[in-house]
Design a protein around this ligand. Structure first.
Ligand code: RFL
Ligand code: PHB
Length: 459
């Protein structure tokens, strides 16, 4: 069956201007038998003669076909070298599908971002499958529950007893570091510091990406473009406004986060509702804690001294935790806005959106990175099927991913609504939240519903 969005390279027939490659063996490039379906070559000189952009000029990207022509073609061009782009590259590589990752920032910058801390078990298993689970298994912490608190007292939700599943506390920074290390080991191609990334031909049969790297304009031709470039990247904007539907809720508050080299206040995470605002106690390891406070959306991190942060945290968490809280200098302090957002569809022609490029959740349910990884799971399966000759996975990618996205959006919104202080909620709204938490404390059914969403719905 021919894809509605054009003829892929795997179906191009040998003929005038085309030939087939068997084994590629170029310096620095490990020889790998290619499936004949992957081996269509472009005729030399198919570029517009007025197009003065250089073909990508890194030796490993040049392919010399048997006809002696330099062919520059990558099966999947991945925009964004965050966790979703890197994991996709890693999983596709294991299937023999070639990728290049284009990242705007330096590796140090990407690894300097302090973000997610909790992995669903499905994410844990996906990382193991990708061959990047060893350090996570050695250094991560499996948690069997969380504490919820209201009015300065808490109760526990036992995930393992309710669902048979756990979560893994292992920071996004570490996941990303493991992925970069794995890409290095595999000789994976990740270009940092790319500028002016632009997507072309995504709705036709000639998708390509142009950008500037090391001061030179470059171009990559590909079968597919994976938009893994986060909420502010260019990929989503390549979908015409007449096609793109956006669903959004912006919350009137943000999270002020502090990382400190202190022992965590509890053995598991504490999510606290308080009339002064939400607080979260999280962790990275035995001597690295991560805490968050709900603050107004227009607040700046610089206005909060360390002492002011710790004083406010003590006020919002259960009394016994406040008494044992160990404080220290903040080694990172930043504010993250809270937003719920979904873009539909997640596929437009040869462009496939992944992770924050397509959807954002408020961090209250710890879902953002995990949703990005479930997209990666669906997409790597779809692309694998495609290169085996079956287009159905690509055709169904958007619907399959969005079905799970919306459930996680609902859960993240409901956790945010239950736990945060809204300016217009008044004392009535506060009592309703407290009643909801009291109901949760006494109802195994309500706890099970929360637990199965928190540990992650099946992929
Ligand atoms: P990312 O991580 O934003 O990566 C996108 C990458 O694309 C690059 N990029 C470009 N590259 C080339 N050209 C361009 N024009 C480009 N524009 C952008 C960027 O530099 C970047 O490297 O998206 P990705 O890979 O989809 O990953 C999503 C996750 O990062 C995100 O969902 C989570 O961090 C959300 N999140 C959490 N998720 C969880 O699952 N569990 C948690 O516990 C959790 N806690 C959190 C969070 C997010 C937070 N913040 C800061 C919003 C806690 C916080 C405070
Ligand atoms: C974190 O540790 O950064 C974290 C944990 C749980 C959340 C959000 C963030 O819900």
């Amino acid at each position: 069956m021919q894809a509605a969005w054009g003829t892929p390279s795997r179906f191009r027939q040998a003929g005038p201007g085309h030939c087939r490659i068997g084994i590629l063996a170029l310096p620095g490039w490990s020889a790998r038998p290619l499936d004949p379906r992957q081996a269509g070559c472009r005729p030399a000189g198919r570029r517009d003669p007025d197009d003065r952009r250089e073909l990508i000029d890194i030796a490993n990207y040049y392919r010399q076909d048997r006809c002696g022509r330099m062919v520059v073609r990558i099966q999947v061009c991945i925009i964004g070298g965050g966790p979703s782009g890197l994991l996709l590259a890693q999983l596709l590589d294991l299937q023999g599908i070639e990728t290049v990752v284009l990242e705007r920032r330096s590796r140090a910058h990407v690894l300097g971002r302090i973000r997610a801390g909790v992995l669903e078990w499905g994410s844990v298993e996906l990382l193991r499958k990708a061959g990047v689970g060893d350090r996570m298994d050695a250094e991560g912490f499996a948690h069997e529950g969380i504490y919820l608190a209201a009015q300065n007292r808490g109760f526990r939700i036992d995930f393992n007893a309710l669902t048979g599943h756990r979560v893994m506390v292992y920071g996004q920074t570490e996941v990303t570091r493991d992925l970069y290390d794995a890409r290095d080991r595999a000789g994976g191609r990740v270009l940092h510091g790319v500028e002016g990334v632009a997507l072309h031909g995504v709705d036709g049969s000639d998708p390509h990406v142009t950008f500037t790297h090391d001061g030179t304009e470059k171009r990559i031709d590909c079968d597919f473009i994976a938009g893994c470039d986060g909420f502010h990247g260019p990929s989503r904007r390549a979908i015409p406004a007449s096609v793109l539907r956006e669903f959004e809720r912006v919350y009137p508050f943000g999270w002020l986060g502090v990382l400190s080299e202190t022992p965590p206040v509890a053995d598991e995470l504490i999510y606290a509702n308080h009339a002064r605002g939400f607080a979260l106690c999280s962790m990275r390891n035995a001597n690295l804690s991560r805490y968050y406070l709900q603050v107004p959306a227009d607040e700046t991190a610089g206005t909060w001294s360390d002492d002011a942060f710790w004083d406010e945290l003590r006020r919002r968490i259960p009394g016994d935790a406040a008494e044992t809280l160990v404080t220290g200098p903040a080694i990172e302090k930043s504010i993250a806005p809270l937003r719920s957002y979904v873009a539909e569809p997640m596929r437009w022609g040869r462009l496939l959106l992944v992770g924050d490029a397509a959807h954002i959740v408020p961090p209250t349910g710890a879902k953002g990175l995990n949703l990005a990884f479930s997209d990666v799971h669906y997409l790597h399966e779809a692309l694998t099927r495609y290169y085996l000759g079956d287009d159905a996975g690509i055709e169904g990618y958007s619907g399959r991913a969005l079905a799970r996205v919306w459930k996680a959006e609902r859960f993240s919104w409901s956790m945010t609504t239950m736990l945060h202080r809204f300016a217009d909620q008044g004392s009535f709204g506060q009592r309703i939240q407290e009643a909801e938490l009291a109901y949760l404390e006494g109802s195994a059914a309500a706890q099970t519903a929360l637990a199965e969403n928190y540990v992650g719905l099946p992929f």
